[in-house]
Design a protein around this ligand. Structure first.
Ligand code: ASP
Length: 436
């Protein structure tokens, strides 16, 4: 008998979501308020979700630090490439910002996470988080800081205090944002040092990043069980009321991505790169398909390079630099998805975000676009980070993880198309002589 091929991880996660969802809804309908179900939630389902989440929490600080510092050090090398680098950097920041605003605008208009009955929501919060954390969330929201103080807290006075307290919802310092700030400055400075003197440090950071990603790989192996547990905890409380918000959430993400893909990029291609959008999209069909099926910007890079040079006649000097840096740093789809997800979960848990906190989400989503690895599910640890930073229970990730793969496929297409749109614009603006 030949061994059965094992299922792909994303299929297993989807099965985990489905099993947790259906079992939870059935328990909610058939055994309302049953003590046995409550026992299963607090002793089996909830801890299963926690094991998975804590494995990710455990490596959040080294992940942020190494990913962002290395990301910036890469872009920082732009000194060597000069203008092209600066254009890439500026475009990345602006266009990622546009993408996040589109997503956040849609999620504020459609409000996919609202309308959950108050009692369900309170029960959910009490089950999913321990009481101390819940009260922490609400105090943190109530006592939201002034804008000036939030800005000042971005610069860590004592980075170790921020690292130690980053996951504490009651902590009033800069926390994860301050660590991101440090990482950005560190990466920038690293790129300005004499490279032979800092080569070992860069390699060490790269090694740290690789190890952390391996640990996240281990955690993801447990994701199907964690997701089943988190989903069961939620669905047994909420019953069928959970299905509609989840559907609306998917539609908002896909709708936002479609606007970025066809409207924003269409306009850039037409007015900035002076090309016909239809021809542009036809020319890169193969890239879009590869991105969609692999869910990985990095895996799509060879195809993007070939297609951009051959079908769009972009100068190789431009495409090599822009597409390579872009495959990790310019991830508009991912940034949009982060913003939508965080606001959706805030609505879902009934947590009102102040304007300053919404700005924090925008900023962190943009940074998440820079810091995310171009691999399947690369942005998931960063969702946990952004949730944590604005005081939303990270357990909410259990609600969206099961449907993540399809969203990942779609956002990867947007990520990669953004890089190519950028390359065509830089190419035209540089008017390099060998362009055919
Ligand atoms: N899969 C995405 C990419 O490779 C990253 C993510 O959003 O998870 O571009």
């Amino acid at each position: 008998m030949s061994p059965r091929p094992s299922l792909a991880l994303h299929t297993k996660i989807f099965i985990g979501l489905f099993v947790g969802l259906v079992a939870g809804i059935l328990c909610n309908v058939l055994l309302p308020n049953d003590e046995g179900v409550k026992w299963v939630v607090s002793n089996i389902a909830y801890p299963a979700g926690q094991v998975f989440l804590r494995l990710i929490f455990m490596v959040i600080i080294p992940l942020i630090f190494s990913a962002l510092a290395l990301g910036v050090a890469d872009i920082g090398d732009v000194r060597k490439i000069g203008r092209i680098g600066l254009k890439t950097l500026a475009f990345t920041v602006v266009i990622t910002g546009v993408s996040v605003f589109i997503g956040m605008g849609l999620v504020n208009i459609v409000q996919p996470g609202t309308g959950i009955p108050e009692t369900d929501r309170n029960g959910l919060l009490a089950t999913l988080t321990n009481n101390q954390a819940v009260s922490g969330i609400f105090t943190a929201v109530k006592e939201s800081k002034s804008f000036v103080q939030t800005l000042l807290d971005l610069i860590p006075r004592n980075p170790f205090a921020d690292m130690a307290n980053a996951l504490d919802p009651n902590y009033r310092g800069g926390g994860l944002l301050a660590i991101m700030f440090l990482a950005l400055i560190f990466g920038g400075a690293l790129s300005l040092c004499a490279q032979e003197r800092v080569a070992i440090l860069t390699k060490t950071l790269q090694g740290l990043y690789d190890v952390v990603m391996k640990i996240i790989d281990f955690a993801m192996k447990l994701a199907p069980y964690g997701v089943a547990g988190l989903m069961f905890s939620t669905a047994s409380q909420m019953g069928l009321a959970i299905v509609l918000p989840l559907m609306q959430y998917i539609l908002v993400v896909v709708g936002g991505l479609a606007i970025q893909q066809f409207v924003t990029y269409g306009l850039i291609v037409k007015y900035a790169a002076k090309r016909k959008p239809i021809e542009f999209f036809k020319g890169i069909r193969e890239v879009m398909l590869t991105a969609f099926s692999t869910s990985s910007s990095n895996a799509t890079l060879p195809t993007s390079l070939r297609v951009t040079e051959q079908n769009l006649n972009v100068h190789p000097d431009v495409s090599k630099f822009v597409l390579t840096v872009g495959s990790t740093a310019n991830q508009n789809g991912t940034a949009l998805y982060e913003g939508v997800t965080v606001l959706f979960l805030a609505q879902f848990y009934g947590i009102e975000l102040s304007l300053v906190q919404q700005l924090v989400v925008v900023l962190m989503s943009i940074l998440a676009g820079v810091g995310t690895a171009g691999v399947p599910g690369g942005s998931l640890p960063l969702v946990v980070i952004v949730l944590q930073a604005v005081g939303i229970p990270a357990e909410g990730i259990g609600i969206i993880l099961g449907v993540d793969r399809i969203l990942d496929m779609c956002r990867t297409v947007v990520n990669v198309t953004g890089d190519i749109a950028l390359a065509t614009w830089v190419d035209v603006s540089e008017r390099l002589p060998t362009r055919r």
